[in-house]
Design a binder for this molecule. Structure first.
Ligand code: GAR
Length: 193
């Protein structure tokens, strides 16, 4: 299974995938890593791992349609079976998702459909839920919507800050992303029971 991973920031989930592939625990080929802006640590760490990288800078395009088309071209050049949005903080167009036959995977730091959007951890804390978690799902053109593949719960502790909770979620999220990719590589129709 060939994957292209899209990042907007740190890329610690991506690093978990890189490490699992290197360790022989995950049978996927990371064909390339792309970002929506220059200077992300996600691209830097991929280049350090010898993975091809590209940037389709959102701000370099006159509008979202042109940017989406350029992103689709850049990703398609690597012929991925699955495109992974791993902390990629931009919404892509339905055309983009169609171009990859709907195989656009996203991870989110909350138990969707609760708390979608850019602040899933903060929103869960603000609501006062006692349990949140992370979700791996097939993304559609909405904000963190689309069929859920796997989820795992994480308890919120009284002493948690957004940072401590997000870090605990990410520990689970990294494992869930790697195990979901492994399951999809073995069975393209995989969905957790
Ligand atoms: C992850 O927790 C991911 O779920 C979240 O951004 C973080 C990226 O971390 N994505 C979203 O909130 C998307 N709505 P990373 O760059 O260290 O992998």
């Amino acid at each position: 299974m060939r994957i292209v991973v899209l990042v907007s920031g740190t890329g610690s989930n991506l690093q978990a995938v890189i490490d699992a592939v290197k360790a022989g625990e995950l049978d996927v080929e990371i064909a390339a890593v792309g970002a929506d802006r220059e200077g992300t640590y996600g691209v830097e760490r991929s280049a350090a791992a010898g993975i091809p990288t590209f940037v389709v800078d959102f701000k370099a395009y006159p509008d979202r349609t042109d940017w989406n088309a350029a992103l689709a071209r850049a990703v398609a050049a690597y012929s991925p079976d699955v495109v992974v949005s791993s902390g990629f903080m931009r919404i892509v167009s339905p055309d983009f998702i169609d171009a990859f036959n709907g195989r656009y995977l996203n991870t989110h730091p909350a138990l969707l459909p609760a708390f979608p959007g850019a602040h899933g951890v903060r929103d869960a804390m603000a609501y006062g839920v006692k349990v949140t978690g992370c979700t791996v799902h097939w993304a559609d053109a909405g904000v963190d919507t689309g069929p859920i593949i796997a989820q795992e719960a994480v308890a919120i502790e009284d002493a948690d800050t957004e940072e401590t909770l997000h870090e605990r979620i990410k520990v689970v999220e990294r494992r869930l992303l790697v195990s979901t990719l492994a399951a999809l590589a073995a069975d393209p129709e995989y969905s957790a029971a």
